[in-house]
Ligand binder design. Structure first.
Ligand code: ACM
Ligand code: ZN
Length: 661
């Protein structure tokens, strides 16, 4: 009887459980019944949307209805918003309505998320699947939901770029900002200036993984390849915004055309650039990464290159970079100084502003729009420019108040090259700590804006700089799962967002989708080991020994090093920590002694301990020696982190695997 009741309650809960969608749709009604999706789906669909169905549902066996009944019906409804759709599942029909291919594509991605996660590993090799019946009416909150990938510092192949776009599109992100040039490599094939790639796309560097062995490293994208990538992205609702970074970050440009640098001297591309420890953002050898913008040839070249870029990329927005220009080169350049004087510009900032305005005029004359990093505000913002706010939110707020459009991409919250944990196991990354919850809780609409100014916030974007990221699996680890958080912020209504709910959807279901998709992602778990209270501490900085039975809390922890962190939560006093040790059956097996403090500020409050292979039946104890800092009024908690990240290949769908879970 008990077994029967349990079975019944599992059945009922599986029928009523809300689908675990990421990003959360704008509105979803869950109906009482379920729907059986057959192994082979007959559809009715307007001709213009059929290719989108095939692109959106490659896992399913689809065929167009010759006549009569279908199981999937797509209808055009011009009154729906461009990216919006409805997905209505009744007893025997899946109905999709949209006004555009993009809307149809998004409906297909939601439909896949109604199915068990294993569907992502199938290849038209599917059996009947039961899905919940729902009525979803969906549309995005923001029109710009982007990810940037840096293809300069490290180069990705075309299949890698396709995969990045696929994963982005599945999450209803719609902008792929392609960072095509930077100091460390020029990746855009220019027919007019071939030396940009002949010279600028290659460097000699100490090899990886064999240190000391020099290797030629690099690559570039041909115009044909880039056109194909544009089409590939478009079929998935993704616009590619190309970036040619100017007038800074141009070391490879100047290496190819030294006459365009203020030094006017040849410079190689073979600067030190090794993985991983001494990876660096700026070249360290002789040369300059700043264009001599006073040279007529420089400006002509920049405009010509942008013309080639605009030929290939139909995007309304063209990114010209504009960040981190080292003005010292202009300060020390005779020609740049004479140019500033002659044109009555306000110093080097004025020179930068003048240069960006020239690019703005050119791009605007081609009916496109210039976008640049927030440094383009320095010295005055170009008339039609859109600002990508990266140094924080201030640049974006300032630009929106001036009536300019803005994309929010602050490094203070959502830079994806920053670390996600304090674990020593996390691969090398740019210094900085931007964990998943911080990324999720970032709100791109600044409170300081009036309703009119707020209209200038186009959306949100996360950036994947590849200074430390030389392989695809490392790019995955930087990107995921934080890009899931960015996707939800960009898509879902603000009032529906909730961290606990998101984390539950992610950890219970969406993670499995990522696994089946073969996406490698950072996953840190944290378990509670105990708490300390004022009653356990003593006055006058007297040392105390705190002991916790952690046998249960650590029972599933794999052997190896795991960080134990002490975090103050309330009280007048901080906790000073002297040492943390692990005991097995009363014997110390691992100990870390260093001074740490956790209070209104935390310093060195993490203690890595090595857990031996588990002994069944043994008692595991955590021993902390410390004292209240100038008083005992301190409370806090002790947590342990473990990491489950692994390199994933796409998980195979095995015949006989039950899709119904
Ligand atoms: C940037 O991160 N330099 C835009
Ligand atoms: Zn100069």
């Amino acid at each position: 009887m008990l077994r029967f009741l349990t079975l019944l309650s599992i059945l009922v809960s599986s029928l009523t459980a809300a689908p675990q969608l990421i990003p959360l749709p704008a509105s979803m009604e869950i109906k009482k019944h379920t729907l059986k999706v057959p192994a082979s789906i007959i559809y009715h669909c307007p001709e213009k949307f059929t290719s989108t169905l095939e692109v959106g549902l490659p896992q399913l066996k689809l065929s167009a209805a010759i006549k009569g009944k279908s199981f999937l019906k797509v209808t055009e409804d011009a009154s729906l918003p461009h990216e919006g759709y409805t997905l209505d599942t009744t007893n025997d029909l899946i109905k999709i309505t949209a006004s555009s291919k993009t809307g149809v594509y998004y409906a297909t991605q939601t439909l896949l998320q109604l199915m068990p996660p294993a569907v992502f590993a199938t290849d038209k090799n599917i059996r009947e699947i039961t899905i919940p019946a729902v009525l979803i009416k969906d549309q995005p909150r923001f029109g710009w939901r982007g990810l940037m990938l840096d293809s300069s510092r490290h180069f990705q192949t075309i299949p890698e770029i396709h995969r990045f776009i696929d994963n982005l599109a599945h999450h209803k992100l719609n902008v792929f900002h392609w960072h095509l040039t930077d100091g460390h490599g020029w990746r855009f094939e220019s027919k007019k200036y071939p030396k940009l790639t002949e010279i600028g796309a290659w460097r000699t560097q100490p090899g990886y993984p064999v240190k000391g062995k020099k290797e030629k490293y690099g690559g570039f994208y041909t115009q044909k390849e880039m056109r194909e990538v544009v089409a590939y992205a478009k079929a998935r609702g993704v616009t590619i915004v190309p970036e040619i970074d100017m007038p800074g970050h141009c070391f490879s440009f100047v290496a190819a055309y030294p006459e365009c640098g203020c030094l006017r001297k040849p410079q190689g591309t073979d600067f030190l650039y090794t993985y991983p420890a001494d990876a660096q953002r700026f070249p360290s050898k002789f040369g300059t990464d700043v264009l001599c913008v006073s040279q007529e040839k420089t400006l002509t070249m920049c405009k010509d290159i942008l013309d080639e870029v605009m030929e290939i990329f139909p995007s309304k927005f063209i990114h010209i970079g504009g960040d981190e220009v080292n003005k010292n080169y202009w300060k020390n350049c005779k020609d740049c100084q004479a140019f500033i004087k002659k044109n009555k510009l306000h110093g080097e900032h004025g020179l930068q502003s003048w240069f960006i305005q020239q690019l703005d005029n050119h791009i605007t004359s081609k009916r496109r729009r210039l976008i640049g990093w927030d440094e383009i505000l320095e010295g005055g913002l170009a008339k039609n420019a859109t600002v990508m706010s990266w140094q924080g939110e201030q640049g974006g707020i300032k630009a929106a108040k001036m009536g300019h459009d803005v994309v929010m991409s602050p490094q203070t919250y959502i830079y994806l090259d920053h670390g996600q944990s304090h674990s020593a196991l996390e691969p090398p990354h740019w210094p900085g700590h931007k964990p998943l919850d911080r990324a999720y809780n970032y709100e791109p609409m600044p409170k300081q804006l009036s309703p009119k100014e707020a209209k200038h916030i186009l959306g949100i974007q996360g950036n994947v700089w590849t200074v430390f990221t030389h392989e695809e699996w490392l790019i995955d680890i930087c990107t995921w799962p934080r890009a899931c958080a960015i996707a939800e912020t960009g898509w879902s209504p603000k009032e529906k967002k909730n961290w606990d709910d998101f984390y539950q959807r992610l950890s219970q279901t969406h993670r499995k989708r990522l696994d089946y998709l073969g996406i490698n992602y950072w996953w840190g778990n944290s378990a509670n080991l105990g708490e300390w209270k004022p009653s356990q501490l003593k006055p006058n900085n007297e040392h105390v020994t705190l002991e916790y039975d952690v046998t249960d809390a650590t029972k599933n922890l794999p052997a190896g090093k795991h960080p134990v962190t002490l975090t103050y939560t309330k009280g007048e006093h901080a906790l000073s920590i002297i040492s943390v040790a692990l005991l097995v059956d009363g014997k110390v097996v691992s100990k870390e002694a260093h001074e740490g403090i956790t209070g209104s500020e935390h310093r060195n409050n993490t203690y890595p301990l090595t857990f031996p292979t588990r002994t069944t039946g043994a008692k595991y104890t955590l021993r902390i020696i410390g004292h209240g800092s100038d008083g005992p009024d301190s409370s806090g908690r002790i947590t342990i982190s473990s990491v489950e990240t692994k390199i994933l290949k796409k998980l195979p769908y095995q015949d006989g695997y039950q899709l119904e879970e």
